[in-house]
Design a protein around this ligand. Structure first.
Ligand code: ZN
Length: 197
């Protein structure tokens, strides 16, 4: 139906989340009509992001350096670590602009059905960070879903015996569940309303 290079472009775009065949075709046509420079800039941005961005060796946030901007910022409060499932959740909390502690990105939540156990997440690295000392509170901000709750309990059971306070943010399902879609006020309320586990 499509000439091969166009078919290939549509096929690749269709792999993106939330992009069906129709949207893929629309985007492909849009790209074909872009000025050459813009199309090149798009392709370049994808390649550059892929080659330069890597996980922070401390918190697994995306960074160009070994340690991310947040972890290396001396003004951040090192006594608090907020544990999130994905980098998008970290971004949502940062957008709120009130949280001054550090983060830890798990890379997902425990989900035995999908083959995601503790070893698939960055939990052991979180334990290492807590063991190093200086952490007074671990705030768990995994999503308010069954998997998110199971993950929170699993982590709390490992960290509480280390003598560190573990709290869970109070984000209700009506808020959409996803931190990324919650507005800053909702996130602030969820953080302020956190409860000890
Ligand atoms: Zn970091």
């Amino acid at each position: 139906m499509y000439t091969p290079p166009l078919g290939k472009l549509i096929q690749e775009l269709e792999r993106l989340p939330g992009i069906g065949p129709k949207s893929a075709q629309r985007l492909a046509f849009y790209i074909l009509h872009m000025p050459e420079e813009e199309a090149k800039a798009l392709a370049q941005a994808i390649l550059e992001a892929r080659s330069k961005i890597r996980p922070c060796k401390e918190c697994f946030n995306y960074t160009e350096k070994e340690v991310c901007e947040i972890c290396s910022d001396p003004r951040r409060d090192r006594s608090q670590i907020c544990v999130v499932a994905e980098v998008s959740d970290l971004m949502a909390i940062e957008r709120m602009g009130e949280y001054r502690g550090l983060y830890h990105v798990l890379g997902g939540v425990l989900s035995p059905a999908d083959g995601i156990g503790p070893d698939e997440l960055t939990i052991s690295k979180l334990l290492e960070r807590v063991e190093r000392g200086g952490v007074e509170e671990v705030i768990i901000a995994t999503p308010p879903t069954v998997e998110g709750d199971v993950t929170a309990s699993y982590i709390a059971d490992l960290i509480k015996p280390m003598g560190v306070k573990v709290t869970r943010i109070a984000l209700g399902l009506p808020a959409g569940g996803d931190l990324d879609y919650a507005d800053p006020t909702t996130i602030l309320r969820a953080l302020e309303g956190r409860r000890e586990m």
